[in-house]
Design a binder for this molecule. Structure first.
Ligand code: FES
Length: 179
């Protein structure tokens, strides 16, 4: 496997914003469907802006680095800006991840979206399943999701949902951070 970038190693050795936010405004807890690793992300929001974010990740070095970089990227962003952060953007901010570890970056994006969904539901609003805050086609998006799920279940003979991000293999460098 390709080595990690210096930036990844910096975040692995000195992860930023590890821990739990007291009285969070939104929490996202997700598992990586590829490897089963876990990430919990808490956010504090003031006037529609994320003012603090902390994570606890049980996963590989790449997952720790992604979690750490993600918290640095979201702090100071509005909810709308944070929703535009993708797993690829986080990987690029880390100067890249080895292709076999790209699925690890999905954990960060999924946790961020889950934390924002939680925040929004506490405010009485909801993201469309397409991920847009103000989507005017919610029913169409829901219908498309159902169709995709049915096709997936028919193809694989089961009904549980896989993530949309990576499909590569599990890594071998499990570590626990901030738990
Ligand atoms: Fe599971 Fe990286 S997140 S191997």
């Amino acid at each position: 496997m390709e080595p990690y970038s210096e930036k990844v190693m910096d975040h692995v050795r000195n992860p930023r914003n590890v821990g739990e936010i007291a009285d969070p405004d939104g929490v996202g807890e997700v598992g990586n469907p590829v490897c089963g690793d876990m990430m919990r992300l808490g956010i504090k929001v003031r006037d529609n802006r994320i003012v603090d974010a902390k994570f606890q990740t049980f996963g590989c070095g790449a997952a720790i680095a992604v979690s750490s970089m993600l918290t640095e990227m979201v702090i100071g962003k509005t909810i709308e800006e944070a929703l535009r952060i993708s797993n690829r953007m986080v990987a690029e901010a880390l100067n890249g991840l080895p292709p076999v570890k790209m699925h690890c970056s999905a954990l960060g994006e999924d946790a961020l979206r889950a934390a924002i969904r939680d925040y929004l539901s506490r405010q009485g609003c909801e993201l469309c399943v397409c991920g847009e805050l103000d989507c005017p086609h919610r029913q169409d998006c829901e219908d498309r999701r159902r169709t995709r799920e049915k096709a997936h279940a028919a193809a694989h003979g089961h009904a549980h949902g896989h993530g949309e991000h990576g499909d590569d293999k599990h890594g071998d460098d499990e570590t626990e951070e901030g738990a």
